[in-house]
Design a protein around this ligand. Structure first.
Ligand SMILES: C[S@@+](CC[C@H](N)C(=O)[O-])C[C@H]1O[C@@H](n2cnc3c(N)ncnc32)[C@H](O)[C@@H]1O
Length: 271
């Protein structure tokens, strides 16, 4: 259990998104504060574990799509999360074994696990950078980024379940713009964000109250706000849809409803 191992300097007294997400996914890398926060959110949104599984499934479907349909063989995955099954490089390297992936997260515990576990096959390469999405210049200026990815060829930028931790919409859109502007033509952005667009008024009110009281740190976006991240990009396939409905691999009647999930997803291509 995680209690036996906390990297030096790690604050385990407050909940952190990576460890809470790991708790909901059924992983082992979380602390009491993460479980308490996870249980509190689950008491309001009982299908949250289904939501995170659907979000994770989108990450894998979109990487498969980018690798197989768009020929993408290099990815920048910001907000990586704790390693679990089928991480970005594993999915992509099944299609292009030489795929290179730069992982970025701001949680030191993700750093410890990622450096140990997100290891590439011999043909490809993975690198982990301990950086913050709120400082895109530091990510783009990190020498290891450009040593690993070729900015002369298209790159897949993954911002999956991380943008909702940037509540200031102007800041979040500016961050995405700076990252997308740095990518070559033909690159892609794949992203998801928590939403209350499909929630009952009662659930939406409780969720907003929890955010105001500092008991939840995931900030919802409307479809229009989520769409702002894709300004100037060509939306792929179904456009902006509930996460389970983006190029689904199961029939309609077997998919959860948008209300159960509460996450938007989209993939856009830079012209
Ligand atoms: C909910 S997890 C998502 C993991 C993975 N992208 C997925 O969708 O399965 C969110 C991740 O974003 C990271 N994160 C949150 N805020 C961040 C920030 N400002 N900069 C970098 N990473 C951040 C958390 O540490 C966590 O690992």
């Amino acid at each position: 259990m995680a209690e036996e191992f906390a990297p030096p300097g790690l604050d385990t007294s407050t909940s952190h998104p990576a460890r809470r997400y790991n708790y909901w996914l059924g992983g082992k890398d979380h602390f009491p504060a993460d479980r308490a926060s996870g249980d509190l959110i689950e008491s309001v949104h009982p299908t949250v574990r289904l939501s995170v599984r659907e979000n994770r499934a989108f990450l894998q479907r979109s990487v498969r799509f980018l690798a197989s349909e768009a020929g993408i063989d290099q990815f920048l995955d910001i907000g990586t999360g704790l390693p679990t099954a089928d991480n970005v490089h594993e999915v992509a390297q099944r299609i292009h074994p030489h795929t290179r992936v730069v992982y970025v997260d701001n949680d030191p515990m993700v750093g410890v696990h990622a450096r140990a576990l997100l290891t590439s096959n011999p043909e490809g390469r993975t690198v982990y950078l301990q950086e913050d999405l709120r400082s895109p210049g530091a990510i783009l200026g990190n020498p290891q980024l450009k040593e690993t990815l070729d900015f002369g060829r298209p790159i897949g930028l993954m911002l999956v379940a991380v943008l909702h931790f940037l509540p200031d919409h102007a800041q979040a859109t500016a961050v995405v713009r700076e990252l997308v502007d740095a990518l070559p033509s033909g690159s892609y952005l794949a992203a998801t964000n928590f939403t209350l667009d499909h929630s009952s008024p009662r659930l939406a009110a409780v969720a907003r109250q929890m955010i105001e009281q500092g008991r939840s740190d995931a900030h919802p976006r409307t479809k229009k706000e989520f769409g702002d991240f894709f300004t100037g990009l060509g939306l792929i396939g179904p456009g902006i849809v509930p996460v389970a409905d983006w190029f689904p691999e199961v029939p309609d009647d077997e998919r959860p409803t948008p209300e159960q999930i509460g996450i938007y997803a989209a993939v856009g291509r830079k012209p």
